[in-house]
Design a protein around this ligand. Structure first.
Ligand code: NAP
Length: 248
């Protein structure tokens, strides 16, 4: 076994692809979701059918009590955590900045930023060699929007992912002496339901001309990088932020 990993928001999209790939690589996986239990159970069933170990746990990563309960469930049902993928994220409905209400902006910041901070806190308590852990890795799922700024689409989301990049840098330095590597990926246009939820399901096709490689990326292509960053093959890497955007 590679270890025990929590992948937040892994009922669908990039998280689900990562959960399936991590399980294939030998990780025991906690599949987290917020509302779509059926989708999470489907991922768990697929992992178990292939001989892997997985559980599904509902938790809103922006909610401290939920996060604590989720980690306690992992302790009890899978064992001591060695990996975390902070993948859960929301964009809010796409539009110019004036169209965002305060509640939506708060939610975008809370899920992407507070969620990443809360899960990292709990993971460190279990992974840190200074706290009785055996060391391990954290991968944050940021976005190319952190660099591009999200103009005309989602400035609050770009700002939130900028904060995720700062968390990656800070945590990589703070926890390196305790055996924890912290890296991130910045996906570009990836074919998932996040665009439909943002009310711009046609966005992927429209933005293709801006992608030097001339195509959309897949959740699987992100998962490959995440599982590699979790693995011992990336043993000397920390504080890195891999751009997975077809050159955009
Ligand atoms: P997605 O298909 O919309 O899936 C989102 C996942 O996050 C679902 O599993 C959802 O659970 C979960 N989730 C949402 N809010 C949550 C919360 N508060 N607590 C726990 N789980 C929550 O999204 P995706 O495209 O795979 O995105 C995954 C990550 O990649 C996000 O951080 C996103 O910002 C980032 N990203 C995506 C793209 C892209 O083009 N797709 C590009 C750059 C970065 P339910 O199923 O229960 O709703």
């Amino acid at each position: 076994m590679k270890g025990i990993v929590l992948i937040t928001g892994s009922s669908r999209g990039i998280g689900a692809a990562t959960a399936l790939l991590a399980a294939k690589a030998g990780w025991s996986v906690c599949v987290n979701y917020v509302t779509k239990a059926d989708r999470a159970e489907k991922v768990v069933a697929e992992i178990r059918a292939a001989g892997g170990k997985a559980i599904a746990v509902q938790a809103d990563t922006a909610n401290e009590a939920d996060v604590k309960r989720m980690f306690a469930t992992i302790d009890a049902e899978l064992g001591r955590l060695t990996g975390l993928v902070n993948n859960a994220g929301v964009t809010g409905r796409a539009g110019r900045l004036e169209t965002f209400d305060a509640a939506t902006m708060r939610r975008v910041l809370e899920v992407n930023v507070i969620g990443t901070l809360l899960c990292t806190q709990e993971a460190v308590k279990r992974i840190s060699t200074k706290q009785g852990g055996s060391g391990g890795a954290i991968v944050n799922v940021s976005s190319v929007a952190a660099q591009l700024g999200g103009a005309n689409q989602w400035i609050p989301y770009g700002a939130a992912k900028g904060a995720v990049n700062s968390i990656t840098i800070g945590a990589s330095k703070e926890f390196a002496p305790e055996g924890i590597r912290v890296n991130a990926i910045m996906p570009g246009l990836i074919d998932t339901e996040i665009h439909i939820e943002a009310g711009v399901g046609d966005r992927l096709q429209k933005v293709i001309p801006q992608v030097p490689m001339g195509r959309i990326g897949t959740a699987q292509e992100c998962a490959e990088a995440i599982v590699w960053l979790l693995s011992g093959e990336a043993a000397y890497m920390t504080g890195a932020n891999l751009l997975i955007s077809g050159g955009r």
